[in-house]
Design a protein around this ligand. Structure first.
Ligand SMILES: Cc1cc2nc3c(=O)[nH]c(=O)nc-3n(C[C@H](O)[C@H](O)[C@H](O)COP(=O)(O)OP(=O)(O)OC[C@H]3O[C@@H](n4cnc5c(N)ncnc54)[C@H](O)[C@@H]3O)c2cc1C
Length: 484
């Protein structure tokens, strides 16, 4: 007997972390086993189904007004050692990342090959949108196999697929919920490692990138209105037992990150925003921020703590653009001028930037926005290696991508949406930029189809496991170009 979850709360709205996506589904399920998943798929084979996981996506990728499925009962973790000594982990799709890491760390000497900024998402959610950190591929790239509940192409009956190789695996590694319900994912771990980190200040992007080979996991922020870079220069080193003094140092640094960055910095931003004076924001970044960023040398912590933050403490929204490495200088220059013009601190553009925007008929639009929005958060840069997937953001490339994240903590977000929309449209047309599928997504399929050479193949593979389009929501049509 299937557990029809929360029947009494059917009218209760589901809202994502950013508060920008909200919907009321007709049916909600919380299956306890695979048989119940198949049963609900058969029952709603003529409807629309989506898994709702930790709701940490800002795009409407999760939205579904018909059937939603909570996979939190699928939280088992199995760990196996291969003949060659590799650690292979199989995690239920509903497993939360920090639980997964805790289990792997307590039972083995291994860890995940990469991590994004937070550990609160589910593993299936992470894989579905190709969540990434800096200096490695996205987590999707490392997935060995997936068990997925979907439909049989001929009979239309629900069935379980296991993809271990071929184009199906490449598609399922980042499928945005369109290939079915992920029951479990299996991946190889890597030996535990520590991160050695310096925080250093540089004036130019050239200087920042010059150190990349020395610090392959580095990420950096560009401080608006001061226009200098603070770089988290990071490299992996083997783990070792720490002395008392080292442990004390680590805890002091963690305390600084938690209280100084995760809490106080964000409180300051919220207070400044509430005062409603853009000049204060610019003053804060020019005069205060450079003095409160603690520049450190050779700080060592385990990868799980060093690579993540508690960035989920304050509600916010993010758009993230992926720029092919060859275009990073030009794209950053455009971002600088767009940010400055929106803030009203630049009146004109250099000829080469103006002529680029003229080519795509966006120069006048930019000028109309002069002085309309002061961006209030550092621009956050990471580097992501090409993924072996069909459609993740760094798929099908022979060069890395740099990402730039634009965060907003202000509501209403109308002016931020204008700013982000302008950047998304101009960068996509000029510099082959792609947008993170799971973050604010102001583009449509016609804007991005050319950027994903294997998108049509992806749609065809989805058609096989979902002939009636049960897993295709409005996002799948608007962004991925499905017809139904
Ligand atoms: C504070 C914060 C920090 C973040 N940091 C990063 C970062 O550093 N790097 C990065 O790349 N991204 C980051 N993200 C984005 C986030 O990692 C992704 O949006 C991720 O997809 C969210 O996972 P979730 O479990 O919340 O899934 P949801 O947002 O609930 O769902 C995402 C998609 O996955 C599908 N899905 C979920 N589970 C299943 C399943 N079992 N079967 C089939 N489909 C499924 C859903 O239907 C939906 O389409 C961040 C988000 C927030 C809010």
């Amino acid at each position: 007997m299937m557990s029809d979850w929360l029947i009494t709360l059917r009218k209760h709205a589901i809202t994502n972390f950013g508060g920008n996506v909200s919907f009321v589904p007709k049916y909600r399920y919380k299956p306890q086993n695979e048989a119940e998943v198949l049963e609900l798929l058969n029952k709603h084979a003529g409807g629309k189904i989506r898994v709702v996981a930790s709701l940490h996506s800002w795009s409407d990728v999760v939205q579904c007004e018909d059937v939603i499925v909570d996979m939190s009962n699928f939280d088992s973790i199995q760990i196996a050692e291969t003949a060659t000594g590799d650690v292979l982990v199989t995690a239920g799709g509903g497993c939360i990342l920090h639980n997964l890491l805790d289990t792997i760390h307590s039972k083995t000497n291994s860890t995940l090959p990469t991590l994004g900024a937070v550990k609160v998402q589910t593993i299936a959610g992470v894989v579905s949108t190709a969540t990434h950190g800096s200096g490695k591929h996205s987590l999707s790239h490392y997935i060995d196999s997936l068990r997925v509940a979907a439909y049989d192409a001929e009979s239309g009956q629900a069935k379980i697929y296991e993809w271990k190789e071929g184009d199906e695996l490449l598609a399922a590694r980042c499928a945005l919920g369109c290939m079915g319900i992920i029951l479990s994912v299996t991946f190889h771990c890597v030996p535990k490692y520590d991160i050695e980190e310096n925080i250093s200040r540089f004036d130019t992007l050239e200087e920042v990138l010059a150190h990349e080979s020395e610090f392959p996991l580095q990420q950096f922020i560009l401080i608006p209105y001061l226009w200098c870079y603070f770089v988290y220069q990071r490299r992996a080193i083997p783990t070792k037992a720490n002395t008392f003094g080292e442990r004390l140092n680590i805890n002091i640094h963690r305390g600084y990150k938690l209280i100084g960055v995760d809490v106080l910095f964000h409180v300051a931003i919220k207070v400044l925003l509430s005062l409603g004076n853009p000049k204060l924001i610019r003053w804060f970044y020019k005069s205060i921020v450079p003095n409160i960023i603690v520049q450190i040398d050779n700080m060592v912590d385990n990868s799980s703590d060093a690579l993540t933050l508690n960035h989920e403490y304050f509600k916010h929204l993010e758009m993230e653009v992926f720029i092919p490495a060859r275009n990073i200088y030009q794209a950053t220059k455009l971002v600088y001028y767009v940010t400055s013009l929106f803030a009203g601190i630049e009146e004109t553009l250099p000829d080469e930037v103006a002529s680029e925007l003229k080519k795509i008929n966006m120069l006048e639009t930019l000028m109309e926005h002069k002085g309309s929005y002061t961006h209030h958060y550092p621009l956050f840069f990471r580097r992501v290696l090409p993924d072996d997937t069909l459609i993740s953001m760094t798929s099908g490339s022979n060069e890395p991508y740099y990402t730039i994240s634009f965060f907003t903590y202000q509501e209403p977000r109308t002016q931020f949406y204008e700013f982000a929309g302008f950047l998304a449209h101009s960068l996509t047309q000029l510099y082959e930029v792609r947008l993170h599928w799971g973050k604010y997504y102001p583009l449509n399929n016609s804007d991005i189809a050319q950027k994903y050479p294997r998108l049509e193949e992806f749609r065809q593979i989805c058609q096989k496991t979902d002939p009636k389009g049960v897993f295709r929501n409005d996002y799948a049509k608007r962004v991925l170009g499905f017809f139904d």
